[in-house]
Design a protein around this ligand. Structure first.
Ligand SMILES: C[S@@+](CC[C@H](N)C(=O)[O-])C[C@H]1O[C@@H](n2cnc3c(N)ncnc32)[C@H](O)[C@@H]1O
Length: 432
């Protein structure tokens, strides 16, 4: 039987790796340099040798075809579509003289605060740009927020002294401050830029709001364009297929809740999670809440007509409610809320706004109410972090940042369910 498609690719890879390692041995190297090894003359001579280059091209083509084959297709397409964040991140990093600063810092690396200091670059922006690159194998993060060079990143180094490049960067900033409509720079007090991450620093405004010259945040602004609103809410359904196995997210056990427990899906959008929860926990009562226009013009028309959703809606098992999550929760005389569930809500907002949202839920919670945040809980896909920054001035958060945020609003993380092989998870919190 002919070898399978995967094995054929693997065979090319194995054959070329054998060839590369044979050539390495012949040239007195123990192996092909890893990503962590910084280039030196001997290695450079080896890695640019004609026979080695030929073998590495074949091996890397087979490897990327293998990766593209095995990666969930939705994720692959998403990564390709948001590749521009990588160019933005490279630009931030090179204008903040990071390659030169890290060269002088050496292999132990440097904390992002110290990397940002010489050019006065915003620490948070730099940290997010560096993390975006690290997850794509350019630079490496040794411990949280401590970064160092790896082999690919060292190619960004101009080899000029730090003092020289920093002086140049600061002079450029001064000339931009004098002519604010001039070319862009990423350092300084404000972030003048043209390549997609403008105004990341301005906590009241996302870059998208700046681009469309509005002071409204995206969820309010988009209501002026009903077609866009519908489209954006449909996109949320698409997230479920980014990771195919996420359709069967094996997280919180909804069957563990008693009959008629009340689950509120806060910021439900079109209600795809409300539907999922109602299916996983047929004994539950689920309420989907969102802004009035989303409920009335997007969610209700779907729930009243979709053959799969309509029976749940007609029977009252799922209901939809117009509610702004910055306001007090409606008073529910008859029963307390078992779970406040928020999927992809907190990544849409900066910390201060999230604390306001979570405090409102805290005020309406009984001592047994659980808060579940369905968010990126493990740092695998940082490309989405910059998407959140651009669209909504939001961010993906590390576990530490989730802890800080929930505790500031009176909640304590008690469990994290991670969907196997997926960076999304369900973060379960109790009232402190
Ligand atoms: C990223 S979407 C997530 C939707 C849904 N939870 C899901 O996972 O499919 C964020 C949702 O928050 C809603 N939202 C934004 N601001 C809101 C507010 N002030 N009150 C209630 N919902 C809001 C939006 O309308 C949108 O449906």
């Amino acid at each position: 039987m002919a070898p399978s498609y995967l094995r054929q690719l693997l065979a090319v890879l194995t054959e070329q790796v054998d060839k590369i390692e044979g050539l390495a041995e012949k040239n007195g190297l123990s192996q092909y340099p890893s990503l962590d090894e910084l280039p030196n003359e001997k290695q450079n001579e080896f890695t640019t040798h004609q026979d080695v280059v030929q073998a590495t091209y074949l091996a890397s083509s087979a490897a990327s075809q293998l990766a593209a084959t095995l990666k969930p297709s939705g994720l692959l397409v998403y990564e390709r579509a948001s590749a521009h964040y990588m160019s933005s991140a490279m630009r931030v990093v090179s204008e903040a003289c990071v390659p030169e600063i890290l060269r002088e810092a050496g292999p132990q690396g440097l904390h992002v605060k110290d990397i940002a200091a010489p050019t006065g670059t915003d620490v948070k922006v730099l940290s997010r740009a560096l993390r975006c690159l690290c997850t794509n194998y350019v630079f490496k993060e040794l411990s949280p927020d401590v970064f160092a060079h790896n082999r690919p990143s060292s190619f960004m180094d101009t080899q000029k002294p730090v003092d020289f490049v920093v002086k140049h960067a600061i002079e450029k900033k001064r000339s931009i401050d004098a002519h604010p409509h001039g070319i862009a720079a990423v350092h300084g007090d404000r972030y003048h830029d043209t390549n997609g991450i403008l105004a990341v620093l301005d906590h009241n405004k996302a870059p998208v709001s700046t681009a469309f010259q509005t002071d409204e945040e995206i969820w309010k602004w988009i209501e002026h364009y009903p077609g866009h609103l519908k489209r954006l809410q449909m996109v949320m359904m698409g997230w479920s297929s980014l990771y195919p196995h996420k359709k069967n997210m094996s997280g919180f056990d909804w069957m563990s809740l008693p009959k008629d427990s009340l689950v509120i899906d806060v910021g439900t959008g079109i209600g795809s999670e409300a539907a999922r929860i109602a299916k996983l926990g047929p004994q539950l009562k689920v309420v989907g809440q969102d802004r009035a226009q989303t409920i009335n013009d997007v969610a209700l028309p779907k729930w009243k007509t979709d053959p799969e959703l309509k029976p749940m809606f007609d029977s009252g098992r799922v209901s939809l409610e117009a509610h702004n999550f910055f306001d007090n929760q409606p008073v529910r005389q008859s029963q307390s809320v078992a779970v406040f569930y928020l999927r992809y809500i907190t990544h849409d907002w900066p910390l201060e706004e999230n604390i306001k949202i979570l405090k409102k839920l805290h005020a309406a919670a009984s001592k047994d109410t659980l808060l579940i945040l369905a968010e990126q809980a493990f740092s695998e896909v940082y490309l989405m972090d910059l998407t959140m920054a651009v669209l909504a001035n939001g961010q993906e958060r590390t576990i530490g940042e989730h802890k800080e945020m929930t505790e500031a609003a009176g909640w304590r993380i008690v469990k994290i369910h991670q969907t196997p092989g997926c960076c999304f998870g369900e973060i379960v919190c109790e009232k402190i």
